[in-house]
Design a protein around this ligand. Structure first.
Ligand code: SF4
Length: 364
């Protein structure tokens, strides 16, 4: 399927939700507290770029605004966005997003815009970033309640925590299983499943992912690989691969895609579009809408909700804002040496003003 077809599918997911009468809060930044929005009886949905959208109003944005931001803005000016209740923008993340929020508010003053401000950095043995983000989350919750008359409902929150936890549990297993055997589930299918959930975090989509995860588990169990997969999953969760058990790597080149807000489905389409190459060459990604969303730690239902959400967002892996570049690079080297097992060769492709996308590949 072409990338346009893939995007059409995720757009359909959002349109189906709107048709079903769901009230949607669109979000753009990967580390959005899905549980908070669901607790207010609303459905969070990740906004997509649509190829080929342009308008005469792009000049309102600064020159540094990335193509994703431009595309979203153009969708709005062309009235191509579905009917959504509101949009959640992040603050303190990148200049493009800040610019988009500012311009959007001026140009579309009747749109409901919410903003969640993230801490810029965090220091070891200092919980001030967590306290700060907890307060911001409480503030966002109050804003949603006062503007939409939708209070934070504890039973909605608990259901959301269970559903998102199950999604993360299953998707983390699938990511880890593909490191050992990328043929067990195509990267295209894995990224489609994750994208479906981020577009429509509803029980039916979580159940589909659970069914796929159960079937992959059966296959891996019959090959005696579950223990190894567990060590890889723990390595991803704890960002420490020292306890990963050795395993036989599939022959041929293996690619790990590293970057920021790049659509995993776009990467799959590019790789599958190369003559004689399939996406089984992709051992994993470290992308914001893939790995980083999947491996954010699930919440503890028994903890204080806002504190739990702040802790989970701040513990999402691979975020330079929260971890610092040096820490992130050593995580990457450790992962590349264990997941790819041989000497890795980086290729760089500039993808956004904030993070460069790099592809680590070994030579077979
Ligand atoms: S982080 Fe990069 S891709 Fe994401 S909005 Fe900012 S500039 Fe665009």
């Amino acid at each position: 399927m072409s990338y346009e077809g893939v995007l059409e599918q995720s757009g359909l997911g959002l349109r189906d939700l709107v048709k079903a009468g769901e009230e949607i809060i669109g979000y753009i930044y990967p580390h959005t507290p899905l549980e908070l929005i669901l607790a207010h009886g609303l459905t969070p949905s990740l906004m997509s770029a649509i190829p080929g959208v342009s308008s005469g109003f792009e000049e309102s944005l600064q020159t540094f605004a990335c193509s994703y931001i431009r595309n979203l803005y153009n969708q709005r000016t062309n009235e191509q966005l579905p009917q959504i209740t509101g949009l959640l923008f992040p603050s303190n993340t990148c200049d493009s997003l800040q610019n988009l929020t500012d311009i959007w508010k001026i140009r579309f003053p009747d749109d409901r815009i919410y903003r969640l401000t993230y801490p810029v950095t965090r220091y070891a043995n200092d919980d001030s970033a967590e306290i700060y983000l907890k307060k911001e989350l409480e503030f966002l919750s109050k804003m949603i309640e006062s503007t939409l008359d939708r209070p934070f409902m504890m039973d909605n929150y608990e259901r959301a925590v269970s559903m998102v936890r199950e999604f993360r549990h299953d998707a983390q297993f699938l990511y880890s299983a593909r490191v050992v055997d990328p043929e067990v589930l195509s990267y295209t299918e894995l990224s489609r499943l994750v994208r479906s959930f981020l577009t429509a975090p509803v029980v039916s989509v979580a159940s589909e992912i659970h069914r796929v995860s159960m079937s992959v588990k059966e296959k891996m169990k019959s090959q005696g690989l579950l223990d190894i997969i567990d060590t890889i999953k723990s390595g991803f969760q704890e960002k420490d691969f020292s306890k990963v058990k050795p395993f036989k790597h599939p022959s041929g080149p293996r690619i790990l895609v590293v970057g920021g807000m790049v659509e995993p489905q776009a990467i799959a389409t590019i790789i599958n579009g190369i003559n004689g190459v399939s996406d089984s060459i992709l051992v994993s990604d470290l992308l914001s809408f893939g790995f980083k969303s999947v491996f954010a730690p699930p919440l503890d239902k028994n903890g204080e909700p806002f504190e739990e959400m702040a802790k989970s967002i701040l513990a999402a892996p691979g975020e330079p804002t929260q971890e610092g570049l040096q820490y992130r690079m050593s995580f990457l080297k450790d992962l590349a040496s264990r997941a790819l097992s041989r000497r890795s060769r980086p290729f760089f492709k500039r993808s956004c003003s904030r993070i460069s996308q790099s592809v680590f590949s070994n030579s077979s």
